[in-house]
Design a protein around this ligand. Structure first.
Ligand code: WTA
Length: 654
């Protein structure tokens, strides 16, 4: 374990931070929870009796059959709403169609080239039912794993809701990942099918999704069928018998498909995320608890109202897209906006134009995006009328107070509360965030835990840390939307999350809590780096590097980056037959992008004769991190096996 990876300057600026912004009175007056007293009361009640609390919330959803027990807890194995029968696609769609919202816009979509499509709840339900039948016509059913490798199109929402409707388990793979990443994920989950599209638009060019699937498929023996949505009409190859056009299957499918009555603990989806080893973890979310968690947190944190136009700019390849583009928002019957492309296409004002054009009222994005907006300049937001906004959110990494203030002043015009939401793929739903009508905000702090969530900051030994001091963030009690396991690897789940601090869920994050009970997140304490809000394991990148025939050994560390939060530094030793060269450096960076995806491309890469190691042969990443960050090493080097390594590394740096 290492010390929190966040930058020293970030830490000192948040330590000095003492501004506090109470909820604007006009906002609080209309909010679902409009006073601190109300939040305090709810929180106290939820912490005293979490099961009764969650029980009450779960009743707001539609269940085909009630549960007999709220929680069955056999540490670390949780079962929520035991015996209950539910379907999240029913709660996202049928429930609203049956309650007079058939003609309300469910998905408001804008393509990067500029076209707009609106799907009402009624239309979305029809599409989902038909596509569910299309999946069935391919022999896909309950429990089958289906990979989804698509761009941000309405069909993507249809695809995952249709899987959910029949109980097939979707595994969404980020469209920016390369063929190798598809192979690993598809094979790990033994997916029977891949849903994809010809290409998707990004920054004016086309991402060749189907071509990457074609490259992956020879190595994916379990995949029998591929469904291809025609987004752009680009030239692609279709293999007869295996590849099917989305529109052909839809034309042939029957219209009605009632939602499968699933068990509360039936798996809903698998989503891969990076951990401390080279192999990504397939986190499994189940149906009942995830429904309850995403429904409740969407309603509370975004203070959702019937007439909201809500926009979360996250890609569906990440958990934020799952919980807060689709599932949490549609369960609340609100209009969710989906945008296909880049924030700076054709101009750097695209996001502000979208907000203006569609009168977006709640906007949720990432600190890395905010830092880019700041860099691009105030003239872009100033060109547009942003007065429809009433609430702003951030997620993915700690937000620096300067970016927070800019977001508040420039985008929210001081009127909109900012919800800095802390959570993870593993938690399924937001855990720490201000309830916007009740909890005053402090720039850079995710503020206080949501009702039902009991976090704590402890030492490595599990002892409580006093206010103001940094430590490990853990969660004491189970919550409904927690991931249940790692697909096919329960031991790893137990080991990664439940053994660091026995009896508690270990988040992998460092944090401190101030005297007001506000949480300040300080970054990862493990070998996970957060590049533009995307999680990458250093080991994954190292494995990709050593797979190159010229590389003998590699070590990868994160270092502060003004825009991306963290950048990637790689240290590489070559096989003896090869010499370092600028061309080889370039080749290796490209290699990583090809092996994993562009987001994993090292920002800098240095060749070295040797890596610094302990006497027991462990690479001392801490030293490399110091070197990558400060250009020098000040920390303790006594456990180094060979001191000359450091001198050589430093020489190279100059
Ligand atoms: C980081 C994204 C500080 C954190 C939802 C966590 C944050 C990891 C915040 C999870 C935040 C996310 N403040 N740090 N508001 N939100 N993180 O699984 O390190 O992609 O462990 O889930 O992102 O990333 P993941």
């Amino acid at each position: 374990m290492t010390s929190p990876s966040h930058t020293d300057s970030h830490l000192s600026s948040t330590l000095r931070e003492n501004r506090m912004f109470p909820p604007p009175p006009e906002f609080a007056a209309k909010a679902r929870i409009g006073s601190l007293a109300e939040y305090d009361e709810l929180y106290a009640r939820s912490a005293a009796a979490p099961e009764a609390f969650w029980d009450e919330i779960a009743r707001e959803l539609h269940w085909f059959a009630p549960w007999t027990k709220t929680l069955e807890w056999d540490l670390p194995w949780a079962k929520w709403f035991v015996g209950g029968k539910i379907n999240i696609s029913y709660n996202c769609l049928d429930r609203h169609v049956n309650n007079g919202k058939k003609d309300k816009t469910a998905i408001l979509w804008e393509g990067e080239p500029g076209e707009v499509r609106k799907l009402t709840y009624g239309e979305l339900l029809s599409e989902v039912e038909r596509f569910a039948n299309a999946l069935k016509s391919l022999g896909i059913g309950k429990g089958d794993r289906v990979a989804v490798y698509m761009g941000m199109t309405p069909e993507l929402a249809v695809a995952i809701l249709a899987c959910a409707r029949i109980g097939a388990v979707h595994s969404v793979i980020f469209g920016g990942f390369a063929a190798n990443a598809i192979v690993d994920r598809v094979n790990d989950a033994q997916c029977v099918a891949i849903l994809t599209q010809d290409t998707s638009y990004r920054r004016g060019s086309q991402v060749k999704l189907k071509a990457s699937v074609d490259e992956a498929l020879p190595h994916c023996p379990t995949v029998k069928n591929v469904v291809v949505y025609k987004r752009s009409g680009a030239d692609i190859t279709m293999q007869a018998g295996r590849d099917h056009w989305w529109h052909d299957l839809m034309a042939a499918a029957a219209p009605a498909c009632p939602a499968e009555q699933l068990d509360s603990e039936d798996p809903l989806y698998i989503l891969y995320t990076s951990g401390t080893t080279g192999k990504p973890k397939g986190l499994v979310h189940t149906t009942g608890g995830y429904s309850v968690g995403t429904y409740f947190t969407s309603k509370l944190v975004f203070d959702l109202k019937d007439d909201d136009v809500y926009w979360c700019s996250a890609d569906i390849g990440w958990v934020t897209g799952h919980s807060y583009v689709i599932y949490g928002i549609l369960q609340n019957g609100v209009t969710t906006l989906m945008y296909e492309g880049a924030p700076n296409h054709p101009e750097c004002d695209r996001f502000w134009k979208i907000i203006d054009d569609h009168k977006v009222s709640v906007f949720y994005t990432a600190p890395t995006a905010i830092r880019a907006f700041i860099k691009w300049g105030d003239q872009y937001p100033l060109k547009h009328d942003l007065s429809s906004l009433r609430l702003l959110g951030t997620v993915g990494e700690p937000i620096n107070p300067e970016a927070w203030m800019w977001y508040r002043d420039m985008i929210g015009k001081g009127r909109c509360p900012i919800v800095d939401t802390w959570w993870q793929t593993e938690t399924g739903a937001i855990m720490i965030a201000p309830v916007p009508g009740a909890v005053a905000t402090k720039p850079g702090s995710a503020t206080r835990p949501l009702p039902g969530i009991v976090p704590e900051i402890v030492t490595k030994e599990g002892d409580p840390v006093p206010p103001g001091q940094g430590g490990l963030l853990i969660i004491r009690k189970p919550w409904p939307s927690m991931a249940r396991t790692i697909f096919n690897d329960p031991e790893r789940y137990e080991q990664a999350y439940w053994s660091e601090v026995p009896g508690s869920y270990f988040t992998g994050d460092g944090a401190r809590c101030d005297d007001d009970g506000y949480y300040w997140l300080m970054g990862r304490v493990d070998d996970v780096i957060n590049v533009s809000g995307h999680r990458l394991g250093t080991m994954e990148i190292e494995s990709a590097l050593v797979a190159h025939p010229k590389v003998a050994e590699a070590a990868v560390v994160g270092r502060p980056d003004e825009l991306k939060g963290q950048g990637i530094s790689a240290f590489v030793t070559l096989e003896s037959a090869f010499q370092p060269s600028p061309e080889l450096k370039d080749e290796l960076r490209k290699w990583v992008a090809k092996e994993i995806g562009a987001l994993a491309r090292p920002d800098d890469l240095r060749f070295t004769d040797q890596l610094p190691k302990t006497r027991s042969g462990k690479i001392m990443r801490r030293l490399l991190r110091e070197l990558a960050t400060h250009g020098e090493i000040k920390g303790d080097t006594t456990t180094l096996e060979d001191f000359s390594v450091i001198a050589k590394l430093r020489e190279q740096d100059e």
